[in-house]
Design a protein around this ligand. Structure first.
Ligand code: SAH
Ligand code: DHB
Ligand code: MG
Length: 225
């Protein structure tokens, strides 16, 4: 077995043995319909979706913000963690992705709690801030990586002490640490990580991962004040 075949096999093993709560047909259907609609296959893996859900539960999150909806797969994992009356806002640039997501989210029975806002997140975020929403307990940043540092700035504005910010795809096959790599996505992610390391209101870490999506990783940042 190649390394990547092993990573697939272990993700399947984990899904089979650990993700054993009542089978969530809406999650499987969300992936099927996203695929059928031609959306790129870049949703979080099932084990990572479950991690997001557990993090939201540990946070006792009542208000969740997601940047980058795609077909709503991670949205459903997070939405399932919400208590009654909890709310999730997800920002998506592509109307086609948002349409698929809205259907997937409704099928999951989350349409009352989840709102998908269409537009460039850097346009939607100032509008959202103008509404003075309650602080978000968890922010999941998973959109265009070039803007990751800007998304971190907005996440800081929209959270309060104890909030958790999760930043996806920070390792990208190790490119983050290759100083010769000046890909704008990598540069954007480095700027976001530098912010976590240097901002007085943030403390955090990053974890490398392997799995069905290859070699990547995520960062966690806790808001201090
Ligand atoms: N969180 C999803 C995957 C998101 S993929 C999941 O795990 O299921 C990244 C998404 O970000 C894509 O749908 C892409 O259209 C969207 N995106 C890209 N640029 C964006 C922007 N400027 N504002 C908002 N969304 C953006
Ligand atoms: C890509 C984006 C993602 O958010 C992800 O998890 C994997 C890949 C991409 O744009 O290639
Ligand atoms: Mg991602």
């Amino acid at each position: 077995m190649s390394e990547s075949q092993l990573w697939h096999a272990v993700d399947e093993y984990v899904a089979d043995r650990l993700l054993t709560d009542a089978p969530d047909e809406a999650l499987a259907a969300a992936l099927r319909d996203s695929d059928a609609a031609g959306l790129p296959p870049i949703a979080v893996s099932a084990p990572a979706g479950k991690l997001l859900q557990i993090l939201a539960q540990v946070q006792g999150a009542r208000n969740i913000l997601e940047i980058g909806t795609l077909g709503g797969y991670s949205t459903i994992w997070l939405g399932r963690a919400l208590p009654a009356g909890g709310r999730l806002i997800s920002l998506e640039y592509e109307p086609r992705h948002a349409e698929v997501a809205v259907r997937n989210i409704a099928r999951a029975g989350l349409d009352k709690q989840v709102e998908v806002r269409v537009g460039a997140a850097l346009d939607s975020l100032p509008r959202l801030a103008d509404e003075n929403p309650p602080p978000f307990d968890l922010v999941f940043i998973d959109a265009d990586k070039v803007n990751n540092a800007h998304y971190m700035e907005w996440a800081l504005r929209l959270t309060s002490a104890g909030s958790l910010i999760v930043l996806d795809n920070v390792v990208r096959g190790g490119r983050v640490a290759d100083q010769d790599n000046t890909d704008p996505d990598v540069v954007g992610t480095r700027a976001a990580l530098d912010m976590i390391g240097s901002h007085p209101r943030l403390t955090g870490t990053a974890i490398q991962t392997v799995g069905v999506k290859g070699y990547d990783g995520f960062a966690l940042a806790r808001v201090l004040a």
